[in-house]
Write a protein that binds this ligand. Structure first.
Ligand code: NOJ
Length: 513
């Protein structure tokens, strides 16, 4: 089962590479870079949604689940991409968005026109006087309800993303058709958006506590039945399903990874883990105890298109605000790059699968200071322009150190502005340079198969140093400021120089022995 230890590269398509000069990345742009991904050494890609969409949440508002947006090149470009990726041995995962669609989806258009059976596919309810049916909040801020005439519809995210009613069997049947459509086209699997949110409490009661984690709006037991049906569809074709699931405990997450449910689910714990050895150790142990012990695998990740880039999270030296996944404050970029390199080597040595987010391989920092007028994330608008949101990790990639749009597009246009300092992180510059963050990723991916078998922690005698063995390979990570002398074999790769047998501060090293 290839996915059990696969490294998958997340492509945020509109920011990866633009072929036609409109300033928005597209499928032909990605296709011309497939050899780059092969050289990096990943096993496959996960494409963020590329279906036709009006773009209220950059593609997570789907107007047609069985087509590809013409801005990305349409279905012909998708088929070209799939063929070329497969010819290179790369797997291709799409993004399935089953909790909600776009207001432009024909079903919702029919619902708006007053068609009752169409309304039953969504969650329409009468209000309480002039107030919404309940007090639920949208994840992006504000009420989770929008009024149309005498009724209100539920949207857990933007009003442009009406939630489906998963208690209506028509919805389930529709998504099975969607899965078959793409599987028949050759797609290798799906990353599934907010799996835990499909079902809400049947009575939609008020949530009496802090809005942050409304358990009435998610993690209902009925979702597991849907996943069992999807798993059958996937297994019949040897395809893979990886879930985006935010639930309170690792034990809850493990339930979605039972043998007849999803093969994978992101382990998000490290996305909110500060640069601290004991926190990393506790998080890894939790995963090993509650997921690996059940026979399932952990799907590690340090970054994605919803959180601050790793360099800026780990390089934060004083915090002024923002949620844990997107903390704001003063960032020491040099320190952040050092720590991000070390964290990457640690994660790549762990048992399980790893997802990398585009730009991570170049040590790209978050763009914290986008001009307010450039911001596009609905979070920014729905928080009354207080929560910056996710645009800063979605700025189009710098491929070259100079030139219009740093090689992202043949034109100077980019859908989000790139800062002047982006050129210093240019990917093509780094591919030619030994010791660059890119080269470190390539080397680590090449050596990673040497880590084999269960993890055995090694005593280090220091609280700020973690070390473990898997097979004949050892990974040592120094979180603190003092070098750590090691006598465990031959160093084979290091995120900073191993001098006189000592692993440098804020670095990782791999040893064979
Ligand atoms: C999770 C996705 O990762 C995020 O980008 C999106 O805004 C929400 N789900 C809603 O689809």
């Amino acid at each position: 089962m290839w996915w059990r230890d696969a490294v998958v590269y997340q492509v945020y398509l509109r920011s990866f590479a633009d072929s036609d000069g409109d300033g928005v990345g597209d499928l032909d742009g990605l296709r011309t870079r497939l050899d780059y991904l092969v050289e990096l050494g990943v096993d496959g890609i996960w494409l963020n949604p590329c279906y036709p969409s009006p773009g209220a949440d950059h593609g997570y508002d789907v107007a047609d689940y069985m087509d590809v947006d013409t801005r990305y090149g349409g279905l012909p470009a998708f088929d070209r991409l799939l063929a070329d990726a497969h010819a290179r041995g790369l797997k291709v995962f799409m993004d399935l968005v089953p909790n909600h669609c776009s207001v432009e989806h024909p079903w919702f258009q029919a619902a708006l026109a007053g068609d009752r059976p169409a309304r039953e596919r969504f969650i329409f309810r009468p209000g309480r006087g002039d107030e919404p049916p309940n007090n639920w909040r949208s994840v992006f801020g504000g009420s989770a309800w929008t009024r149309v005439g005498d009724e209100w519809y539920l949207h857990s995210f933007d009003p442009g993303q009406p939630d489906f009613n998963w208690r209506n069997p028509e919805v389930g049947a529709y998504f099975e058709d969607v899965l078959r459509f793409w599987f028949d086209r050759g797609v290798d699997g799906f990353r599934i958006d907010v799996v835990h949110m499909l079902f809400k409490h049947a009575d939609l009661p008020d949530w009496p506590h802090h809005p942050e984690y409304n358990i009435l709006a998610q993690n209902q037991p009925e979702v597991h039945e849907v996943l069992r049906r999807w798993r059958k569809l996937a297994d019949a074709r040897e395809r893979t399903l990886v879930g985006e699931i935010w639930v309170p405990t690792v034990g809850d997450l493990a339930l979605y990874l039972r043998p007849d449910e999803l093969q994978q689910a992101f382990y998000f714990d490290l996305l909110v883990c500060p640069w601290d050895a004991s926190r990393f150790r506790a998080s890894i142990d939790r995963g090993l105890e509650e997921i690996v012990s059940t026979g399932a695998v952990i799907t590690w990740t340090l970054a994605n298109h919803d959180v601050h880039r790793t360099v800026s999270r780990f390089g934060l030296v004083s915090r002024t605000g923002g949620p844990d996944t997107r903390p704001r404050g003063v960032v020491d970029v040099e320190l952040g790059v050092r720590r991000a390199r070390a964290a990457m080597m640690l994660v790549l040595a762990l048992p399980g699968s790893v997802y990398l987010y585009q730009g991570e391989e170049a040590g790209l920092p978050e763009v914290m200071d986008l001009p307010d007028e450039a911001r596009q994330d609905p979070t920014w608008f729905r928080s009354g322009r207080t929560e910056h949101g996710r645009d800063g990790c979605r700025v189009p990639l710098p491929w070259t150190p100079t030139g219009p749009s740093f090689g992202f597009s043949p034109s100077a246009r980019t859908w989000l502005p790139q800062p002047d300092w982006f050129g210093a992180f240019a990917i093509e510059d780094q591919t030619a340079r030994p010791g660059s963050t890119w080269s470190l990723h390539r080397d680590a991916l090449g050596m990673r198969p040497g880590f084999d078998g269960p993890l055995e922690w090694l005593p280090t005698g220091r609280q700020d140093v973690l070390a473990f063995r898997r097979g004949e390979m050892i990974c040592v990570t120094v979180f603190g400021d003092e070098p750590y002398p090691v006598e465990w074999g031959t160093p084979v790769l290091a995120s900073a120089d191993v001098r006189a047998g000592a692993v440098a501060p804020a670095s990782s090293a791999w040893f064979r022995g």
